[in-house]
Design a protein around this ligand. Structure first.
Ligand code: FES
Length: 567
């Protein structure tokens, strides 16, 4: 089997010449022949001035390189795309598959025996794992890690659950003059990823639960010495994996490890986005995420982690309470403990070494959970034939079974234009509906599912309303919000047929989402919809056209159809 520099030679029709030429060029960097015969450990560089969530990537690269060299390997750092949530137009999800494609092709194109994947902001770990699963090489993830906690007037706060809370208070007119500017400086007090259980923290926990990152890798803060030690240890482990030829991603990302990840997703109060990303990542390895299984786990596995937005604390508190190994010990009877990991051990060994921290109040005991049910529930009904998701752990109890009048917004732009209009026909008991905000319709399925409470209702003290859409929502958000309605409106899903004034019924216990109109009326509206020009015409060129033609629905992970695993 070819290894090191001999892998993936550039085509000149003469393999020996290709290797000769490759060595000649790389020696321009001052490498010796000794260095060039070592196992090559590639390290992704996702640092970017546009990405503060990756602000520690240069330090982590240095630490990973140190680990590689201490273990006798040759580190090779290469750049890839970097995506930050707030610096991605029209939305980061639109770019996730581009990053996955680019990373995959560079993993294929460049010689390497293993790869250390350093990333953190929401879409970046999923993109890298989609790539690594498709290439199927030994890979180890180093999350950049969560930010430090912020402080404001005696309370802890952080990105971005508290961003939304304070912005809602500002809209409702309940903040002191100038307070919103103080808060703006304190929400993200350091580099690193959002420190609540948003999508970044969720995906870091998912890769650790899957065995694709070292124990503790999900929770150590971005600025901590622990984080650098994890990077160094990951570099060293990558060398061992390169020498052994594995485990490759396919050996770790399996039906059983995915089950473990879903158990954890329910217990940590994980982001709804985690469902889409896990579907895409596992899908690349030929493993299917079954929404019915996820929902069943939501009935069996309670939320144990006291982190915002479902609870009170932040990721650094989780780390100091024992992190994911300690939490997983509470769930041992639900987990496949024989699953292997990149540390070269089993999950059973990891949780047997978990630290017990006396007096901690972040990880709840299984028999005294934070919430009796899991974080997520999957809904079906005549509005969501292929499913929809609600984060029940962050929803209002009194709205979980609810019937109300629909107020429909036809697009994100329509919602932005009308939501605060004093003349908008909306009352506190209504259900807000947003459509054409799905994978194809927006495009890119923006995190617009957290529709703001209309200004006149916010000022009247309304804090939550049932909101439904084919969009996504930030994992940091809270509210009674139904997301990922599939098929989306742009694909002719029933959501496209709802009219303002229709009555919608949400029944989370019964796992139903229905519009209360009869089938004949639905059929009449569908016939009209079919004759209506598309909400958004096919883009004329480039990535936008590729995206519109090949993006799949939420239940397929929003991957491109031509990148999904084929048997
Ligand atoms: Fe990067 Fe929240 S914006 S993790």
């Amino acid at each position: 089997m070819l290894t090191g520099l001999s892998k993936g030679l550039t085509s000149y029709g003469d393999a020996e010449f290709s290797l000769f030429l490759r060595k000649a060029f790389i020696k321009a960097m001052g490498y010796t022949d000794d260095a060039l015969t070592r196992p090559i450990i590639a390290i992704t560089n996702t640092a970017s001035d546009y990405n503060p969530c990756h602000g520690n990537v240069p330090d982590l690269i240095e630490a990973a390189k140190r680990g590689v060299m201490l273990a006798g390997g040759l580190p090779m750092v290469f750049p890839t795309l970097s995506i930050h949530e707030s610096f991605a137009f029209p939305t980061s999800m639109y770019l996730r598959n581009l990053m996955a494609m680019e990373t995959e092709e560079m993993l294929r194109a460049q010689p390497m025996d293993a790869v250390v994947l350093i990333a953190g902001c929401d879409k970046t770990i999923p993109a890298q794992m989609m790539a690594a699963a498709s290439v199927d090489l030994p890979a180890i993830v180093v999350p950049t890690g969560p930010m430090n906690v912020g402080h404001h007037r005696g309370e802890m706060l952080g990105a971005c659950t508290d961003c939304r809370r304070f912005w809602a208070a500002q809209r409702a007119g309940t903040l002191a003059a100038g307070e919103i500017d103080d808060v703006n400086e304190r929400l993200a007090p350091s580099i690193g990823t959002c420190m609540v259980m948003g999508t970044a923290s969720t995906m870091a926990c998912m890769v650790e639960a899957l065995g694709l990152a070292l124990p503790g890798a999900a929770s150590a803060t971005a600025t901590s010495a622990d984080r650098k030690r994890i990077a160094e240890a990951s570099g060293a482990r990558a060398v061992a994996m390169a020498k052994a030829g594995g485990p490759k991603v396919s050996a770790l990302l399996s039906d059983t490890s995915l089950h473990n990840a879903l158990v954890v997703l329910q217990a940590i109060g994980g982001s709804t986005n985690g469902v889409i990303h896990l579907t895409a990542m596992a899908g690349r390895a030929g493993v299917k995420l079954d929404l019915a299984h996820l929902d069943q786990l939501g009935r069996e596995v309670p939320v144990l982690l006291n982190l915002k937005p479902s609870g009170a604390f932040y990721m650094e508190h989780f780390h100091h309470a024992g992190g994911l190994p300690r939490l997983m010990r509470e769930l041992a009877d639900k987990l496949h403990l024989d699953c292997q990991n990149v540390a070269g051990t089993t999950l059973g060994e990891v949780i047997s070494r978990a630290e017990d921290v006396p007096g901690q109040s972040v990880i709840f005991a299984r028999d005294k959970p934070l919430k009796s049910a899991g974080a997520l529930a999957v809904l079906h009904g005549n509005l969501a034939p292929r499913g929809a998701v609600i984060k029940q752990s962050a929803a209002s109890k009194e709205l979980m079974s609810y019937t109300g009048r629909a107020v429909v917004f036809d697009s994100v732009e329509d919602m932005a234009a009308r939501i605060d209009d004093p003349a908008l026909d909306v009352m506190a008991g209504d259900i807000l509906v947003l459509r054409h905000a799905g994978p194809k319709g927006a495009p890119g399925m923006p995190e617009a599912g957290y529709l703001p409470i209309p200004l006149k209702l916010a000022r009247a003290g309304v804090k939550d309303m049932v909101r439904i859409s084919d969009a996504r929502m930030s994992g940091t958000a809270f509210g009674t919000i139904v997301l990922h309605i599939t098929p989306e409106a742009a694909e002719g899903g029933p959501l496209a047929l709802v009219e303002s004034g229709d009555v919608i019924r949400l029944d989370v216990t019964g796992r139903r989402l229905d519009v209360l109109i009869d089938e004949n009326e639905m059929a009449r509206r569908l016939a009209v919809w079919k004759k209506t020009p598309p909400h958004r015409p096919l883009p004329p060129r480039g990535y936008a056209r590729l995206f519109a033609r090949h993006i799949t629905q939420a239940d397929e992970g929003c991957d491109f159809d031509f990148l999904m695993h084929k048997d």
